[in-house]
Design a protein around this ligand. Structure first.
Ligand SMILES: [Zn+2]
Ligand SMILES: [Zn+2]
Length: 234
């Protein structure tokens, strides 16, 4: 769309901030709400958790996660959690476009080495039917358009249903819940030198670690983790 057409379009249909209903610019957030998002200033290089000092948290030093690079711009706190909730539980797909664009902007700002594919965390087909969509896929779509990196078509699947991680207490039970829950298509994986897993929010990391291990054992060599928000451990 050329500039005059875009200005005309915005004048006819002014964009509203999804959070405060003020005037939005570019993506559907106003500059004030965008500035107020809770950034993670010093993330752990292994899992993205916020650190007071140093480059890796103690658990990541003891058991290095299977990620070659982690990019998570925000804390799972107000108002990022409101945007994720709006997408997941109220089907506000406009929130996915905001979240995907924010993640894309962060990746460009922090030095992007474009992967071959984006791999949204797959839902089990039963869960996807119930929800009607996969929130990670909805965030991955605008991200893919913004970065010009394609989404891997059928590289990974969730092979057994799991209970919602949010219903489980503690890292051990979350790890057991998703262990072996993913599989990757070997023939495709062997042609994938470098992929980026996309999830909406990372809590203990159990889900994305299980997916990364499945991708690695199928032959993917380099795996990044991209997510919009990092929750603190329960
Ligand atoms: Zn606003
Ligand atoms: Zn860590």
């Amino acid at each position: 769309m050329n500039n005059w057409l875009r200005i005309g379009h915005e004048w006819l249909l002014p964009r509203q901030c999804l959070l405060c209903r003020g005037a939005a610019s570019g993506i559907d957030l106003c500059p004030g709400c965008r500035r107020a998002l809770p950034r993670i200033e010093n993330p752990c290089q292994g899992c993205g958790t916020p650190l007071r000092s140093g480059r890796r948290c103690a658990p990541c030093i003891q058991h290095p996660p299977p990620f070659d690079r982690v990019r998570i711009p925000y804390l799972y706190a107000d108002p990022v959690n409101a945007l994720i909730h709006a997408l997941k539980f109220r089907r506000r797909l406009a929130a996915a476009s905001v979240l995907g664009s924010l993640l894309g902007a962060h990746l460009k700002d922090s030095g992007l080495f474009p992967p071959q594919w984006i791999v949204p965390v797959p839902l089990h087909p039963k869960r996807q039917r119930e929800r009607g969509f996969n929130q990670s896929m909805e965030i991955a779509r605008p991200l893919s358009a913004c970065l010009k990196v394609p989404i891997a078509p059928r590289l990974a699947r969730r092979t057994r249903p799991t209970v919602a991680q949010s219903s489980l207490q503690g890292a051990d039970s979350r790890r057991r819940n998703v262990r072996g829950a993913f599989s990757a298509e070997t023939r495709t994986a062997q042609t994938a030198a470098h992929v980026a897993i996309v999830d909406d929010v990372v809590t203990t990391g159990a889900t994305v670690i299980a997916l990364a291990l499945a991708l690695k054992s199928a032959g993917v060599t380099r795996i990044e983790l991209w997510s919009i928000a990092r929750a603190s451990e329960p």
